[in-house]
Design a protein around this ligand. Structure first.
Ligand code: GLY
Length: 330
């Protein structure tokens, strides 16, 4: 039986662990903190290529492929874990407040039509808008909770609060507590990946703030976006809004100006929010690497594989990344 060490128990590491253990591998997965408490916990859960890609690219292709895997991924995961996952083909509405924004939306839609992202012209509160019927939402915290349960149910050894400080070329994970030998290793440490394993491309943490209000369900049906502002409502009623893109390193403290800015932008878009103080606020670190693509690949001349650098789309790309890693490693 192939033994695989995975460094990083976020949505990418856990989804890979699940697919690999299903193929008969023996998996040990490590996380420096509690599992899935970093970017996977912070993410809003937009599965929304419509708002992310203006031009055709390999990343856009992977994102659309992963979105098409999501319904079956969620059904299978719910069944195996016995846990619910709030997943909905909600659609997304991107709103223009100015003529220039409206023209840019139309231009983008024409380009997207050429590579498989369909949208329709619509209006929102009297403003011109574009509707993306294929876009969807998922609660990432429920996905990772279910992945953890499914992995544990299949005997994955989940070692939380055990940071990997190095990965040897033969796949051995070195932690503060000792050495874990294996046949191979997968580095899925999100924004920390290049700290975990020598010689990997540098990952830059790009901090994003989000906020949420506890509202009655049914206030917002689809994803609502304008430029860098987006919001969605979970089945529970929690309405989540974001975001910022900040290169401040791994600074975890909340920036109240960033929070206030999101509240103002979100209230412009959804006036019922009325600038009210949110019930929760948090931030997380997106893993950015140079180039347009996450690094899902073997490291030459080693028994190490990588799955990191998903930047803004880790939740969306998890099913596709896990399928690819399982095909390469399983
Ligand atoms: N996926 C949206 C974001 O990273 O803010």
């Amino acid at each position: 039986m192939e033994r695989i060490n995975i460094a990083g128990a976020g949505i990418i590491g856990l989804a890979c662990a699940w697919r690999l253990v299903q193929r008969g591998a023996a998996i040990t997965i490590f996380d420096a903190r509690e599992a899935a408490r970093e970017a996977s916990w912070a993410g809003a859960g937009m599965l929304a290529p419509g708002g992310e890609f203006s031009e055709p690219s390999e990343l856009a292709r992977l994102a659309m492929a992963s979105l098409s895997l999501y319904p079956d991924f969620v059904s299978e995961l719910q069944e195996e874990s016995g846990l619910p996952i709030d997943f909905r083909r909600s659609g997304a509405v991107e709103v223009a407040f100015t003529e220039a924004e409206a023209e840019a939306l139309e231009r983008r839609a024409e380009s997207q039509d050429g590579f498989g992202i369909s949208s329709e012209s619509c209006t929102y509160n009297g403003h011109p808008a574009r509707c993306y019927p294929e876009d969807a939402v998922v609660d990432p915290r429920q996905v990772t909770r279910a992945l953890l349960a499914a992995c544990r149910g299949r005997g994955v050894d989940v070692r939380e609060h055990e940071p990997v400080i190095d990965v040897r070329q033969d796949g051995t994970a070195i932690t503060m507590r000792g050495e874990y030998g294996a046949d191979s290793a997968l580095v899925a440490g999100g924004a920390w990946s290049s700290e975990i394993c020598d010689g990997l491309p540098e990952v830059i943490p790009v901090r994003g703030h989000l906020v949420s209000w506890n509202l009655e369900p049914g206030v917002l049906g689809s994803i609502l976006r304008r430029g860098s502002t987006y919001m969605l409502q979970r089945g529970s009623g929690a309405l989540v809004a974001g975001t910022t893109k900040e290169r401040v390193g791994f600074v975890r403290s909340l920036d109240e100006n960033a929070v206030a800015d999101i509240v103002q932008r979100a209230s412009e878009l959804l006036p019922v929010l009325g600038g009210k103080a949110p019930d929760a606020r948090w931030n997380g670190f997106r893993p950015f690497i140079e180039g347009d693509l996450p690094l899902v690949a073997p490291v030459a001349n080693t028994r190490i594989w990588t799955a990191f650098g998903h930047y803004r789309n880790g939740i969306l790309l998890a099913p596709e990344t896990a399928t690819r890693i399982a095909a390469m490693l399983g």
